[in-house]
Design a protein around this ligand. Structure first.
Ligand SMILES: *[C@@H]1O[C@H](CO)[C@@H](O)[C@H](O)[C@H]1NC(C)=O
Ligand SMILES: *[C@@H]1O[C@H](CO)[C@@H](O)[C@H](O)[C@H]1NC(C)=O
Ligand SMILES: *[C@@H]1O[C@H](CO)[C@@H](O)[C@H](O)[C@H]1NC(C)=O
Length: 369
């Protein structure tokens, strides 16, 4: 007995009446288009074509990034990596946050321990435009003291990795987590498409808003570059940043992109600054120039070996200090316009700048030097 498939039923005949045409503000035979002067028509046509071309390029780029990655990832099961589906980044939010950082802004980043809150009588060390501090360990009072000094605060949290010991670490599920990050025991890559991960990250962004942060520095959004044992692609990161932008925009928080060079062209419209680590050592500073060209700063960190002794405590350049500055601050390495800091790996209070100055921000429980 052979199986006879049921005859396909004809598509249901649904005939909707044509929608009523809206009343035209123009006389019947003279619509908006025909009334336009010829020059204006050409201009509009050109604008439409440009928009189409931009869209096509954008899509092509997103697809080719995804494909290139797909072919080269050995641990990839081959499907499931388009969850969530390709979601072009949101257009630039119509409401720009009240503050966005500028190209060349000076900065300091201290993540190891909370900084000693600046008092309004002592000198702020260093006296820079922007501080990048840990979201969880920095009290709101420190942020408001910095604001009182006219400073802006970016709040750091990891968006793409599980760190043990954070107040909300217990909320991640085993299935949200992949392989450990190399060199960071206990820290594991997160599935950026997981609803649970996104819920936790939403609460982190909300905490940043409550604490009075001016923006967020969201780390580890480039898991696609590593063998995370998770279905992470550049598309997952683009979608995740779109999601973050939908959270930060209504809270007036500026949004940064940490590293993640290959997705810069796609997400640039929704991102206000870059935080880059080691583009000189990785020979990729040129890629981050896209930010500067768009009028957005690159907060650039390098971790030169033995930087503290080489910079000789800021007293002159030290024996090798000149070479360090030449290497990490020299414009021929593509860092023109960047806001460069030289730091120690643990991101303590010590910081060196391209003019040879060295400063040490006091941390709770130790000076940091
Ligand atoms: C220092 O700040 C506190 C509160 O932040 C304020 O009450 C006090 O008047 C300030 N002192 C000076 C000298 O500005
Ligand atoms: C990511 O992968 C690169 C090489 O594939 C490796 O050098 C780096 O340490 C990895 N990073 C993390 C955080 O696992
Ligand atoms: C965001 O900034 C605008 C303009 O400065 C302000 O009107 C609005 O209340 C702010 N929203 C929040 C959530 O702070």
């Amino acid at each position: 007995m052979s199986y006879t498939p049921p005859a396909p039923s004809p598509p249901p005949k649904t005939s909707f009446p044509p929608p009523p045409s809206p009343p035209s503000p123009w006389p019947r035979h003279q619509n908006r288009w025909t009334r336009l002067p010829r020059r204006k028509k050409l201009y509009l046509l050109a604008a439409a074509l440009t928009a189409l071309l931009a869209l096509a390029l954008g899509l092509g780029l997103g697809l080719s990034i995804g494909r290139r990655h797909h072919g080269s990832d050995p641990g990839d099961g081959g499907d499931g990596d388009d969850k969530p589906p390709l979601q072009p980044p949101l257009p630039p939010p119509s409401s720009q946050p009240p503050w966005t950082p500028h190209v060349g802004d000076s900065w300091q980043i201290v993540l190891l321990n909370p900084i000693v809150p600046p008092s309004n009588t002592s000198k702020l060390t260093p006296d820079v435009d922007v501080y990048d501090l840990d979201l969880f360990t920095t009290p709101a009072s420190t942020i408001s003291s910095l604001h009182a000094r006219g400073k802006k605060v970016l709040c750091y949290f990891s968006g793409g990795s599980y760190e043990p010991g954070r107040p909300d670490s217990g909320e991640f599920r085993e299935e949200d987590m992949g392989r450990e990050l190399e060199g960071w025991p206990g820290e594991r890559w997160l599935d950026l498409g997981s609803e649970n991960v996104r819920r936790i990250m939403r609460e982190r962004v909300e905490l940043a808003g409550e604490k009075g942060c001016d923006g967020v520095d969201v780390d580890n959004v480039d898991g696609y570059d590593n063998n995370s044992l998770l279905p992470l692609t550049p598309t997952s990161s683009i979608s995740f940043l779109s999601y973050l932008s939908s959270l930060t925009t209504p809270l007036n928080l500026t949004l940064g992109l940490k590293n993640a060079a290959s997705i810069i062209p796609t997400v640039l419209p929704i991102i206000h600054f870059s935080v880059n680590e080691q583009c000189v050592d990785e020979h990729e500073c040129d890629l981050f120039q896209q930010f500067v060209e768009a009028g957005k700063p690159v907060f650039h960190i390098e971790y030169p070996k033995d930087v503290e002794s080489k910079m000789n405590g800021g007293k002159g350049k030290g024996e090798d200090g000149g070479a360090v500055l030449e290497k990490y601050c020299g414009e021929r390495n593509g860092v023109k316009g960047f806001s460069t800091v030289l730091k120690r790996m643990d991101l303590d209070g010590w910081v060196g700048y391209c003019d040879g100055k060295v400063e040490v921000t006091g941390m709770e429980g130790g000076s940091g030097s």
